[in-house]
Design a protein around this ligand. Structure first.
Ligand SMILES: Nc1ncnc2c1ncn2[C@@H]1O[C@H](COP(=O)(O)OP(=O)(O)OP(=O)(O)O)[C@@H](O)[C@H]1O
Ligand SMILES: [Mg+2]
Length: 251
């Protein structure tokens, strides 16, 4: 569905992504993981068409986004929902207005249609009745779920999550992970950037490990856990030890 082919990004003489090739498959949860500063958020910027590659190509459903004009890029972005690292809710707007903020062509909808949309989205993220609250009245987990509702408002084909569970307690983490899985059941495609290995393993179908702007390895969990790449091995070492202990205890 989305393909990066040999993408290189340079900013201020620094190589941020180096020859990155990867594929996001339709209907799957793809995890992008790696340490801080590895280039994970940068990959999302490339998928959104915010950063154009200095070298390489980006294909969305087979179309090269590097060849698109501004109007075509705006159309492309209507297919992609984004849940930003740190929510990025507007403090001065209610939950309802935050959710509608990025909805294109708002005037197309009647008041009743917009209200129905908000009710449906809030129900999906288990926040029914929160439409008139302001962000300061919400917990971290609730804010995250509003940010997810906002990303879903225009029925995107793909949803990009940047660190969706960072800073959340276990209960809120579980509810965000549940939402991501619920989206998959609905047929959505999600790309989830995270450095939290447990959360990644819980919802991931495919894993792409990034280190210093390069793809260290990619594949399903088994392939990643058995990777011959030394960085990937190190990254998962602790988890592997715990997993093998659990398996040997028959858990
Ligand atoms: N606009 C920019 N100009 C120059 N360098 C940048 C810019 N944005 C990011 N970088 C650098 O690119 C590298 C990758 O950044 P990126 O935000 O993609 O990392 P990340 O993997 O998302 O890290 P984190 O887990 O901390 O969010 C970092 O070294 C960062 O300092
Ligand atoms: Mg980041």
């Amino acid at each position: 569905m989305i393909e990066l082919k040999n993408v290189t990004i340079e900013k201020n003489d620094k190589t941020i992504l180096n020859n990155v090739s990867l594929e996001i498959e339709k209907g799957k949860n793809t995890i992008i993981m790696g340490p801080s500063g590895a280039g994970k958020s940068s990959i999302l910027k490339v998928i959104l068409g915010l950063w154009m590659p200095d070298e390489g190509n980006v294909l969305f459903e087979g179309r090269d986004i590097c060849q698109m004009n501004d109007n075509e890029l705006l159309e492309l972005r209507k297919n992609i929902g984004m849940v930003f690292q740190g929510n990025a809710l507007f403090d001065s707007l209610t939950v309802a207005d935050n959710i509608l903020y990025f909805l294109p062509d708002k005037r197309k909808y009647s008041e009743a249609e917009l209200k129905k949309k908000i009710d449906e989205l809030l129900s999906f993220v288990n926040l029914s009745g929160a439409e008139n609250l302001y962000p300061e009245e919400l917990s971290g987990g609730m804010k995250k779920r509003v940010a997810i509702a906002r990303a879903l408002a225009f029925n995107p084909k793909v949803i990009l999550f940047d660190e969706p569970t960072t800073g959340l307690d276990p209960i809120n983490t579980a509810s965000v992970l549940e939402l991501i899985d619920k989206l998959k059941v609905k047929g959505s495609t999600s790309v989830i950037v995270t450095h939290i290995i447990d959360d990644a393993m819980e919802i991931g179908d495919k894993f792409i490990v990034i280190n210093r702007g390069e793809v260290a390895d990619s594949g399903n969990l088994q392939k990643i856990l058995n990777s011959s790449n030394s960085f990937v091995n190190q990254f998962f070492l602790k988890r592997k030890q715990l997993l093998s202990e659990r398996i040997s205890f028959g858990a």
